[in-house]
Design a protein around this ligand. Sequence first.
Ligand code: PBG
Length: 332
Amino acid sequence: VFPDLPIGNNHIRPRRLRINENIRSLVQENKLQKTDLILPLFISEKGTKRFDIESLPGVYRTPYDDLINEIDGIKKLGIHAIMLFPVIDISRKDLLGTEAYNPDGLIQNSIRKIKETFPDMIIFVDVALDPYTTHGHDGIINEKGYVLNDETVEVLCKQSLSYAACGVDFVCPSDMMDGRIAAIRTTLDTEGYTGTGILAYSAKYASAFYGPFREAISSGARSLDKKTYQLNPANSREAVREAILDIQEGADMVMVKPGLPYLDIVTRIKSESEVPVVIYQVSGEYAMLKCAAQNNLIDEKAAVLESLLSMKRAGADLIVTYYAKWICENIL
Ligand code: PBG
């Protein structure tokens, strides 16, 4: 701007915009709001008491019988969106995940129950078979343990339809099968559920950060290998390809997951598409922050806020986080 100024002539002092908190907040580019947050909720079939999840300190399973009470508390905190995950008894799991589309299943009943009392609570539901299969994979496997694509997509369509019939707002396929968005969209439309949305987990990486989640829903080993369907952490171009395919197939929003290690993916997908981009701060990320905070190694409020603002800066429109309630109680 002033090319002729000699070095040391400090007309330009960017620090003027950082002098005090009020000036800093005037020029702050990204802000975190309650409407940015989606809270994941683990629902268990049995009991009446909250069940603590050891791998996720501060997070618990809500028993079905206490669901309305729990949602009431969540609403009062100012959270408008939740994402449901079932904890299914082993006796109802099988090789084919048939419980996923049981019209009287835990998630189906939960959606109906929540919508009856809180019709404006936005419900997202994960669509994949891992909570319902004995092996913990997201789809149907052959004798070699390979997840079969088209056979799985058929079941995912049944599962999505079953949730749509209960009044879910968005189904969220997290399985990474090819062609599932088009198949699910067609199924929903054919059955008259044109208003049910799809949030596609488009860029879901084969990540080591899902360990605590698998413990939370008791779905197989922490380190279960899902590399034949989830993305290679070393790649970015296939993530963009997946997102574009999902949008072409009819996804209303796309997701990047995990969060912090994949901010570059958020930025790329955001710039190469026109739909809202959602980021998932996954269980391992939450656990890292919590454990460091519990050991007084970091300032939890500052570290959580910094992580989520970084996600917004990268271009995320919405953030799925186990911290949602805590943030509303402690930060916002
Ligand atoms: C299931 C699913 C997983 C997560 C969300 N949906 C686990 C997996 O793919 O193994 C992980 C979420 C988290 O770690 O918080 N398809």
